[in-house]
Design a protein around this ligand. Structure first.
Ligand code: FES
Ligand code: FES
Length: 214
């Protein structure tokens, strides 16, 4: 009888060794609201969900990357009310009602932001997996100052890991973006024309070797 009661209510004491220990109630789905990249969003998320999961799985902002899930790589960085945060370490509930900016929110429509243009121009992005997190950390810095020192740049990106670039190109990109913001350098700001079909199939499909994802 006791077993049936605990199964039905999914909580209650269980035996651990010789002691009864209370179980944690199962997480429930609940409404989660925030402003993501300027849009009001309302989704159903688990009460104990982390922000990274809600942004990727419920909101659909897949630019937020899951690298380590441990707070060490910076790939999952987003801005919450203007502050860079590691979304893998942030409970979604703590960010409820906030203004959240992901990498998708940096461009102005089809016009790349200065920091995005400079990453492309100065080689700040190579394989690109770390890039969304770096862009967010860099933009958060540039929102504070348009003339960051080397030390301020290093501090802003100290939580972001990159295995490809060696960091010099990233630092150059941030300094170049700062000079655009100061009006000393032109923002090339090319208009990006979206591909009519980003996942072509049939005759137009690139001939990829087996095992390579599109
Ligand atoms: S996935 Fe969040 S810090 Fe690595
Ligand atoms: S560009 Fe590849 S990990 Fe940074």
């Amino acid at each position: 009888m006791l077993k049936g009661y605990f199964t039905k209510h999914r909580l209650g004491p269980i035996m651990v060794g010789e002691e009864f220990v209370n179980m944690i109630p199962k997480a429930k789905g609940q409404i989660w609201k925030a402003c993501v990249n300027g849009d009001a969003v309302e989704v159903i998320a688990l009460s104990n969900a982390v922000l990274l999961d809600v942004l990727r799985d419920n909101v659909g902002t897949l630019g937020v990357k899951r690298g380590c899930d441990l707070g060490t790589c910076g790939c999952c960085a987003v801005m919450v009310d203007g502050e860079p945060r590691l979304s893998c370490l942030c409970l979604a509930g703590d960010a409820e009602g906030s203004e959240i900016t992901t990498v998708e929110g940096l461009a102005d429509g089809h016009h790349l932001s200065p920091i995005q243009n400079c990453f492309a121009e100065y080689g700040g992005s190579q394989c690109g997996f770390c890039t969304p997190g770096f862009l967010i950390s860099a933009q958060a810095l540039l929102n504070q100052t348009d003339d960051p020192s080397e030390e301020e740049i290093a501090k802003a990106i100290e939580g972001n890991l990159c295995r490809c670039t060696g960091y010099q190109q990233i630092s150059d990109s941030i300094r170049a973006a700062a000079s655009i913001l100061r009006g000393e350098k032109e923002n090339k700001n090319p208009t990006i024309t979206p591909h009519s079909n980003p996942h072509p199939t049939g005759p137009e499909e690139p001939n990829m070797p087996p095992g390579h994802a599109r």
